[in-house]
Each structure stands twice: as C-alpha cells, then as structure tokens.
Design a protein around this ligand. Structure first.
Ligand code: APR
Ligand code: PHB
Length: 380
C-alpha cells in the first residue's frame, strides 16, 4: 500500500490532520488500534478556544458545533466562600465554546473519507530518517501489511509507539492529586463553568449541553472509585462548589491522574509528532484538545507547502514553533492547577489563596488569566 502521509492514531489530532490534508488534495491513511465504537465513546474535555473553533469551521466541520455548541463569555472562580466572575469577553473580546471532544471526534469520523483502518495491531515505524519511510501493521482481519509513504504523523497519544522512533528528551511532572469525573444526565446548576477552590479540595462544574453536566472533584492520586458511591459524590460537590446540583443518572464515572509531559523534539526526519504523543497538559484550563488542534493546523500547512510546493521551511521549524506554544500551555495549565487545587503543604495552601485573591482583585491579573484561557491567535 502507498499514501503520501501515514497518520498513526485516530484521536482528534490524527483525524483532523487527515481531514485537513485531504482538503489540500493530499492523500492520507489513518491507522488506529482501537475499534470505531471505542474511539467514539471516549469522554474527555469540552472547552474549545476561539482559534480551535476557527480551524474546525474553516475545515467545514462547523455545522453541528454552531448549532449545539454553547458560547460562554466568562466563568466563575469560587473561593473564601465568595464568587468572582472572570468576564472573558469583557476582558479579551473573545469567548469559548463548550462542545465535547467526543462530539468533535464524531464530526471528524462522519467526514472521514476514507474511514481510518480501525482495529490494527503490531504497528511499527521504519526508516523515518530516509525519504522512504513506512509503517507495518496487522489489519483487523489478521493480514500483515506495509504502508509506504512520504511522511509519518505520530498522532497516537501518550501511550502510542511513534514517540519511541524519535530520540526525544522528556520532561515530566506528576501532581499529587487526581480528578474524579462524572458526566450526569442533569441540567447544569449554573449557566457557566465554576472553578472552586475549597479546603476539602478543588471542584469543577462544567457541562456538555442543557441536559448534561460534567463535574470533577480533586481526589488523592491512589483513590479507588468504589470508595465514591454516587451519594458521596453529589454531597461533596455541593460542599465544594457551594451550589447543589440536582443528582441525575451517571453516563460516565472515572478517575484520571494528572500529569504534565513534554517530549522534545517533535520531529525526527520524516516523522512528526502531534497532540498527546508529544505533550500532556494537566487538565485544569482544558488546553489538551486545543493544543492538539493547533499542532495539526500548523502541520497540515507545513506538509502542504513541502509536499505540494517544495517549500520545507515550515516543516523544518514545526517542532520549534509548536514547542514554544506547548510550553506556554504548560505554564498556564500548571499555574491554574496549582492555584486551584488544595495542597497538603501549608505554604502552598497560602500561595494558592494569594494567587486567587490577586486574580479577584486586580484587573490586570484577571486579564492575563483570561487571555491565556481563551488562547492566543498563534494557536494556544
Ligand atoms: N497505533 C495506532 N493507533 C494508536 C496506537 C498505535 N500503536 N497507540 C495508540 N493509538 C491510538 C489511540 O487508541 C487513540 O485513539 O491513537 C489515538 C490517540 O488519540 P488521543 O489519545 O485522543 O490523542 P490526540 O489525538 O493527540 O488528542 C489529544 O485528547 O487526551 C486528550 O487531553 C487530550 O484533549 C487532548 C486530546
Ligand atoms: C470539561 O468540561 O471537561 C472541562 C472544562 C474545563 C476544564 C477542564 C475540563 O478546565
């Protein structure tokens, strides 16, 4: 088999990259180890920066997003028993859109032509530093195949294989807490997101639609899900958020550990890394999906210039450009995480409150936070 770009992984990064490349007239084949239903069923974050919305709209993926996405012009910070609204639109002129990553993936799969190869195994990358790279894999029917290509895009997430083919140096930080997240069939208890810092721990009130609420609680890193029956979750949320949600049936319940991770460089020969394969941000501030979209928006342009017009400068600078943006997002996500979570360390506890009080009392500090939250025009 032969294609121009072999895309490894059908998460949002791989699916969007293949879509953008095909719009430019390039040929891309997507390989995915999981089944279609699994990829469609994964529930993750749901906040889109304006830059992300622009990319999706320009790629012809805006119809459902514009119909059911929820525009939010601000969010609430709650701490010290009080509420402080961060007026995103007032402070930056921009707004965010609440639209689940799951919905973005559904739109991408609806538009995918041809479909990804789902259920593949034994994926291995070869000759990435030559001008004839290839990917070998076993297809869902058990047939061993070789995909010859000009470029490989490693979009296979944190646990993928692509990063192993790059001589990366990695930086990592583990945080001393996890998030217990639920998606519940109940109307949101507030019209905007609420980030609550409480002495019992952080809590986040978010949503997916007028009928679906997404809620998170800071828990210990080794917390077991069975220690959290539904009654306990609702009671704890009410305490920390200062607002009771109407309990509803759970669509999903899970614990996610929190880490920051960056692999450098993001290119090796003809292999380019994008999305979670290259970097993970802690989830506070919802930058992960936005960063992945900005990676592939640039990568599709760079590959188009290179493969169709023979200009390789954007491809050569892809790693440096995206690593600068990655570190901006790591800086913001780490600060947001540390400001909002409850630490066991008394000094860190006081620091969190000092940071929150500064954002609540200084327009300059609130504006800086809001600008980071909505993302830059350079793509997060
Ligand atoms: N071969 C092919 N596909 C693979 C392999 C492999 N060896 N290993 C993993 N995959 C697939 C996974 O099954 C998954 O579908 O690659 C895909 C990677 O998708 P994501 O993990 O969603 O990563 P990405 O597309 O970069 O999306 C980033 O997702 O995790 C969130 O916070 C993150 O919102 C951000 C976004
Ligand atoms: C979510 O809705 O899942 C979400 C929202 C905001 C965040 C993180 C996650 O900062």
């Amino acid at each position: 088999m032969r294609t121009q770009i072999a895309v490894v992984g059908a998460g949002p990064a791989g699916l969007l990259l293949a879509h953008l490349l095909r719009l430019e007239g390039l040929d891309a084949v997507v390989l995915e180890t999981r089944r279609r239903e699994h990829v469609l069923g994964r529930i993750r974050a749901g906040v889109l920066e304006p830059g992300t919305v622009d990319v999706l709209r320009e790629a012809g993926l805006g119809a459902r997003l514009d119909r059911v996405g929820l525009e939010h012009r601000g969010f609430s910070l709650r701490f010290d028993g009080a509420e402080h609204r961060i007026g995103l639109t007032e402070l930056t002129g921009k707004s965010i859109t609440v639209y689940g990553q799951q919905e973005v993936v559904r739109d991408l799969l609806d538009a995918a032509e041809p479909e990804p190869w789902f259920g593949v195994s034994d994926v291995a990358l070869h000759d990435v530093t030559t001008d004839r790279p290839s990917v070998t894999f076993t297809d869902a029917d058990g047939t061993a195949r070789t995909l010859h290509c000009e470029v490989i895009a490693g979009c296979d997430g944190f646990h993928g294989v692509s990063r192993n083919a790059v001589p990366v140096s990695t930086c990592e930080r583990a945080f001393p807490y996890s998030w217990l997240g639920i998606l519940a069939k109940t109307p949101p208890a507030h019209h905007e997101l609420i980030y609550a810092h409480h002495e019992r721990g952080f809590a986040l009130h978010s949503m997916r639609s007028p009928e679906l609420t997404r809620l998170y609680l800071q828990v210990a890193p080794d917390e077991q899900l069975d220690e959290w029956p539904e009654d306990r979750i609702w009671a704890e949320l009410a305490l920390r958020l200062g607002t009771a949600c109407e309990p509803g049936p759970l669509v999903e319940k899970g614990i996610t550990s929190m880490r920051a991770f960056v692999a450098e460089p993001m290119r090796h020969g003809r292999l380019f890394l994008a999305g979670d394969a290259a970097h993970i941000v802690p989830p506070t501030g919802a930058k992960g999906l936005n960063l992945a979209v900005a990676d592939v928006a640039l990568l599709s342009k760079a590959l188009t210039s290179w493969l169709l017009h023979g200009r390789d400068s954007e491809a050569l600078s892809y790693s440096d450009t995206r690593l600068r943006a990655t570190w901006r997002a790591e800086r913001f996500s780490t600060e947001m995480t540390e400001m909002l979570h409850r630490s066991a360390d008394p000094f860190d506890q006081r620091l969190s409150l000092a940071r929150l009080r500064r954002v609540a009392s200084s327009r300059a500090a609130a504006t800086a936070l809001a600008q980071d939250y909505v993302g830059s025009s350079e793509g997060t």
